[in-house]
Design a protein around this ligand. Structure first.
Ligand SMILES: [Ca+2]
Length: 325
């Protein structure tokens, strides 16, 4: 998931992640965590609450935008508390993500076919940002299996739910579900349970600022946000950008005048641009660091670089943009 970690958002997020077990790594959409039967897809908790509105006002979101977010337009799907998404976000400290699917045989076949089909667009992004087409493709595979798993969570609801999650009833609900989901694990009994409860509450409070900033970014996007779907972590499109990152860094790769999160050309160039800004270069160290900027997980970066290598990005191949001119 692409999150801009430069000076502005970096200050906003970087400092706020200081809590134990609260790293910004959230894993891509691909492998949704195993869902405990304790978590309800349709939550018993209503989305709207006085606290939700108060927090959005305090964050300085425009009154009309808040009203639009909370309005029940019969033409749109009903807004609901995204219990699964909130559960995953607040209990991520107990998850063990796996990227093993990145090296499945199907990964090579699918990415090879994708590379061939999109070679013109990918080559253009490679030339512009110096990130090999194979790496751009590998990243899109790991993030969304090349757009076949972009997530089905309503993005606006995910962020509203995260703001709502700071209410005591929401915190208590997630803590109770956590206990039920982990009742067989020794690690999460006794002191472990208390620690988990503390972390859940701390994360719920910390995420308010993040979520209101993402709602603000959504208000500025030139795409229909109420129809936008994505991951439980609030990321969308082929490259799984969160709204603020999309707003700042997404590119119009095919020059049609709009930035489409589902266009291969736009997305590949957006990823290339992100990685270039994050310090992408020819050295493995630079590449790992740039990928870590995209998603703060070492196995994630390794999975992408391994797949890219298997696709023949051939470390030594001259890559435009990183060569001395
Ligand atoms: Ca475009």
């Amino acid at each position: 998931m692409a999150r801009y970690s430069g000076p502005i958002i970096g200050t906003l997020l970087g400092l706020s992640w200081g809590l134990t077990g609260m790293g910004p790594s959230r894993g891509p959409t691909g492998p949704e965590p195993t869902l405990s039967p304790a978590i309800d897809t349709v939550s018993a908790l209503p989305l709207n609450s006085p606290g939700l509105e108060k927090r959005m006002k305090r964050a300085g979101l425009k009154t009309e935008f808040i009203a639009d977010l909370l309005s029940e337009d019969p033409a749109r799907p009903k807004k609901t508390f995204q219990e699964k998404a909130v559960y995953f976000m607040l209990t991520q400290f107990a998850m063990k993500p796996s990227y093993s699917y990145a090296t499945e045989a199907v990964a090579l076949d699918s990415t090879r076919a994708f590379l061939e089909k999109n070679q013109v667009d990918l080559a253009a992004c490679e030339a512009k940002y110096g990130v090999p087409a194979e790496t751009l493709t590998s990243l899109m595979w790991v993030e969304t299996k090349l757009g076949t798993r972009v997530g089905n969570y309503p993005i606006v609801d995910v962020y509203l739910s995260l703001v709502r999650a700071a209410d005591p009833d929401a915190i208590a609900l997630i803590q109770e579900k956590f206990d039920r989901a982990h009742e067989q694990e020794k690690e999460w009994q006794g002191k472990g349970r208390k620690k988990a409860h503390r972390l859940i509450e701390a994360r719920a409070k910390k995420f308010v600022r993040f979520a209101t900033e993402e709602l603000r970014a959504l208000s500025k996007l030139e795409i229909p946000i109420h129809e936008l779907k994505g991951s439980w972590a609030g990321a969308f499109g082929l490259g799984q950008f969160i709204p603020s990152t999309f707003k700042r860094l997404a590119k119009d790769g095919n020059g049609d005048g709009r930035i489409d999160p589902y266009s291969v050309a736009d997305c590949a160039c957006s990823i290339g641009s992100f990685l270039k800004r994050a310090g992408w270069g020819k050295k493995p160290k630079q590449q790992k660091r740039a990928l870590y900027g995209y998603n703060q997980s070492k196995p994630y970066g390794e999975a992408i670089l391994n797949l890219s290598k298997q696709l023949g990005d051939a470390g030594g191949r001259a890559v435009a943009g990183t060569e001395a001119k």
